[in-house]
Design a protein around this ligand. Structure first.
Ligand SMILES: [Zn+2]
Ligand SMILES: [Zn+2]
Ligand SMILES: [Zn+2]
Length: 133
C-alpha cells in the first residue's frame, strides 16, 4: 500500500508532511529515533512534526517502538486501525549499533493473572542484530 492509501484508510487527509513522515519511516520494520526524523524532515516546523507524529499514532498508522534515555523511536504499524493498535510483535534494540526494530513473534502472547484484565503486552529485547553478531 502506498503512503497516500495508508493515510486515507486511517481517515487522515493526505498532506505533504504526513507523506514525508511515512516515507522517512520507510517500508522496513526498522524504527527511527525522533532526532533522525527531525533531521530528515528539517524543512518542516518542529511543532508541526511533533503534532503530526501524535496524530499518526492516534490513528494507528505509526507507533512508538521504544522510549529510552529521552529518545523516542517510531515505526510504522502493520495491522492497526483507527480504533485500536494491535501489536503482536516484539521490539528489539541492538546494543552494538543501536538499531531498533519490530520483530514478529511466532505466537500471540498470552498471560493471565487472577483479577487482572490485560489488554496488551509489550515485549522488549536487547542483544546483537544480524549485522553485528
Ligand atoms: Zn499500531
Ligand atoms: Zn547491530
Ligand atoms: Zn513495533
Amino acid at each position: 500500500m502506498d503512503a497516500a492509501t495508508t493515510l486515507k484508510k486511517h481517515d487522515l487527509k493526505v498532506t505533504k508532511i504526513r507523506l514525508a513522515i511515512l516515507d522517512a519511516l520507510g517500508k522496513t520494520e526498522l524504527a527511527k529515533p525522533y532526532a533522525e526524523l527531525q533531521a530528515m524532515l528539517a524543512e518542516f516546523d518542529r511543532t508541526t512534526l511533533y503534532r503530526t507524529l501524535l496524530a499518526l499514532m492516534e490513528k494507528g498508522v505509526i507507533h512508538k517502538a521504544l522510549e529510552e534515555n529521552g529518545e523516542s523511536y517510531y515505526a510504522l504499524c502493520s495491522d492497526c486501525s483507527i480504533e485500536t493498535h494491535v501489536h503482536d510483535h516484539m521490539h528489539f534494540k541492538c546494543t552494538t549499533c543501536g538499531v531498533v526494530q519490530c520483530l514478529d513473534l511466532p505466537k500471540r502472547l498470552k498471560f493471565s493473572a487472577p483479577g487482572i484484565h490485560i489488554d496488551s503486552i509489550e515485549v522488549f529485547a536487547k542483544g546483537q542484530c544480524s549485522n553485528c553478531n
